[in-house]
Write a protein that binds this ligand. Sequence first.
Ligand SMILES: Cc1ncc(COP(=O)(O)O)c(C=O)c1O
Length: 423
Amino acid sequence: MPEQQPATVLEKERLHRFVAAYFKDRERYLSLLKNHGSPLWVLDPSVLKDRARRFSEAFNACFDKTSYYFAMKSNNRPEVSAALLESGFGLDVSSGIELKTALNLKAEKIIFSGPGKTQEELSLALQHRDRVTLLLDSFGELDRLSALVSGSDQTSPVRVGIRLTTNPKGLWRKFGIVPEMLPEFWKRIAPLTHIRFAGLQFHSSWNLTPERQVEFIRLLGQTLARMPRDFNSRIEFIDIGGGYWPEEGEWLHFPETPEGASPQETSIPWDRVRPHYRIPGTPIESFAKEISLAVQTHIFPHVNCCICFEPGRWICHSAMHLLLSVIDKKNHDLVITDAGTNVIGWERFETDYFPVLNLSRPGLVERPCHILGSLCTPHDVFGYAYFGEGMETGDCLMIPCQGAYTYSLGQNFIKGLPGFVKL
Ligand SMILES: Cc1ncc(COP(=O)(O)O)c(C=O)c1O
């Protein structure tokens, strides 16, 4: 397992560049709030398209045959998937609900991945086998699919891949089968005429560097070297999943609490804004170079196939922003907003640092203030500081770059969900 890179203090210049870029468009965001009400999600499809272009250009420069699937779970707003379909991406879905959205959007290339697919979900995928590749998660799922296919009156075979688990220990082992079981899986699937085996998939999450993906590609190469020739010759694709962290890196309140851990410290010093921390990321072009080198070295000697990608976060995180307003100023350093963190569905801002911008009183000085939502829980935190020249009731706030794993997780908990507008 690669070492987690240490967090270092987030440089002031980097932070100011980020904040200034969004303050520049403040009039636009303020008028959206005026016209559509607060709180509000704002989607910028041009950002999605730029990200999709840069991502695919990076990998197309390194591989002859590629295919891209947007991971809908990272943001399930249909307009997001629609923009990515326009960019030539397919869709990666993980449930019947997501599959229905993809079908309604007329996606032609859909992969359906995930553990525990229900009979209804498998049946829906089978009905649309001309557009869906099913990524099988287990022997049991193969048996259930096989029973469903033999009971169906369609004659064309369903295209499937096999998901491989990247980590046989702990909770990640719930995904896929371990590579050592591939020979047995092949024995079971090869004779089935209505199920056409066409590829392999793996996914590892939350990668600030390509090390974890590269290491699994090396292991996969060793597995393929031992597999029979007729198995390898059937492989049309190897899908290396998503999990690319944006190159800005992971921004944190506390250096010691990456990956969603709870901070030890619950109070903050009020005489100053604490330093923020950053675990560095990697440009996508470097991911592409290192991954392609690994694939050339370990995979292509055994299998020459299309390489597929399922990015979610990298594509959508900077394309959607949250706008909200101060509903009550309770102290010079305590305000309550009109949204609660139910809008993003988890206590993200207790550990992750995202700057809060006061669009109504812009300024590049960050000032300490508890910016809390209106839910009946003290964990309803948007931030411990804001950028601006003061903070008053009625002020409009922005938290940029909330496009990934926020909108999809929003809950109708105590308060309702924000409005939505597409630029
Ligand atoms: C199978 C699979 N593919 C792709 C993704 C997308 O990952 P990310 O948004 O980190 O790129 C996920 C996320 O959980 C996943 O489970």
